[in-house]
Design a protein around this ligand. Structure first.
Ligand SMILES: *Cc1c(COP(=O)(O)O)cnc(C)c1O
Length: 378
């Protein structure tokens, strides 16, 4: 080696989410279970799906879990099974992934966007109340980033208004509010198993959990071509095809025993971030009240986000934005368009920092020192 060679070791980039590390823990278990499916050729439904549904319901503390094709379908199927459709309005926060609103549109109802609490960035009874009217049929609180709002206040409001509470728990696998799991509090809870979620499949997947026997039967039928139970060609309704397949169920069953450990690792990482950033002037979006978050995302709020994101990337740190556009801004949702000042401010300032169950203390420290440097250089 000559004296002019690079002597400084190049430090590796810090990924936003290290999915490969998560999946490598279960690859072997999955490969073995998959051999069994190859021998029976039961690719859709079957014993692996039954077992995952049973275990997911037990984990969530509900009577039923119904596997479906993705989280968006889960929301749409609950709305349809509840008879919500044309002429109805469904209240939801403006700062969520577009899928929450798409499901309402697919069911034939009108999304009605509301603002969120300025600290939690979640809906509250106060923000929901502003949008209630005689056409309101349901409210979909979104457990954004894994955090849950005061569900008792929301249930009380919904009960007095005679409307349903449907939880969008797509970012909250294992989050709890007063000891109750996300998804188990409203009339139904909807999950996505998109690969990057806290519990992720090897493709698309989703589930609905509920304690309501009749609703569970209806959802199961609608998600499988409106089939009458145990019948191939007797149909009760014009349903659709939205089912979970055996491969995804195998992956989810292999990962489920590790979910709590992974969530704990995420919580610890978030605590480390807070320690390193204790002197920082910016703000961290954290679970509030009686919620214990599964910390799907680790979100901060910064002014001058575009520059900060670019400078972090330049130093090897990948970040995300969840989400850059509040949904009431999209004209295709046909909403009068706000103003919804908190959701708008959040869309302009939120930045999600790297977070994986296996992120190291060293990586967290590097991200934090980079963040301190780029925000102080403004
Ligand atoms: C991921 C997600 C969905 C949609 O789930 P898919 O499985 O991608 O259809 C819905 N709502 C929220 C809040 C999500 O994060």
């Amino acid at each position: 080696m000559t004296a002019t060679a690079v002597t400084e070791p190049v430090r590796s980039a810090i990924p936003f989410l290290d999915l490969a590390a998560i999946n490598s823990e279960v690859d072997q278990t999955i490969a073995e279970a998959w051999k069994g499916v190859q021998s029976t050729q039961r690719f859709i439904g079957g014993p692996h799906v039954d077992r995952f549904e049973y275990d997911w319901a037990a984990y969530c503390g509900t009577r039923h879990a119904i596997g479906v094709a993705n989280g968006t379908d889960a929301l749409e199927l609950v709305l349809r099974a509840l008879g919500i459709g044309p002429g109805d309005e469904v209240i939801l926060p403006a700062n969520t992934f577009t899928a929450t609103a798409e499901a309402v549109v697919m069911a034939g109802a009108q999304p009605r966007f509301v603002d969120v609490d300025h600290e939690s960035l979640l809906v509250s009874a106060e923000t929901i109340r502003t949008a209630l009217n005689s056409r309101t049929a349901a409210i979909i609180p979104v457990h954004l980033y894994g955090h849950m709002p005061n569900m008792q206040e929301i249930l009380d409001l919904a009960n007095s208004a005679g409307i349903a509470v449907i939880e969008d728990a797509a970012q909250a696998h294992g989050s709890t509010w007063r000891g109750r799991k996300a998804g188990s509090i409203g009339v139904a809870g909807c999950f996505s198993f998109y690969p990057g979620k806290n519990l992720g499949a090897y493709g698309d997947g989703g589930a609905i959990v509920t304690d309501d026997d009749a609703l569970a039967d209806k959802i199961r039928s609608l998600s499988d071509h409106g089939r009458a139970s145990n019948s191939k060609y007797a149909h009760d309704a014009a349903g659709r095809n939205s089912r979970l397949d055996a491969l995804q169920a195998i992956v989810l069953s292999a990962k489920l025993p590790r979910l709590d450990g992974w969530n704990r690792a995420r919580q610890e990482a978030v605590t480390h971030y807070a320690e390193y950033l204790s002197e920082w002037s910016g703000s961290l979006v954290r679970a509030t009240g009686d919620a214990i978050s599964a910390y799907h995302l680790n979100v901060i709020r910064v002014a001058d986000r575009g520059r900060i994101q670019e400078e972090l990337l330049h130093q090897g740190t990948q970040t995300g934005i969840h989400y850059p556009t509040p949904l009431h801004v999209f004209s295709f949702y046909g909403h009068p368009g706000g103003p919804l000042p908190v959701a708008e401010e959040a869309a302009a300032s939120v930045l999600s920092l790297p977070l994986s169950p296996n992120i190291t203390a060293d990586q967290i420290e590097r991200v934090c020192s980079q963040l301190l440097e780029v925000t102080e250089s403004a």
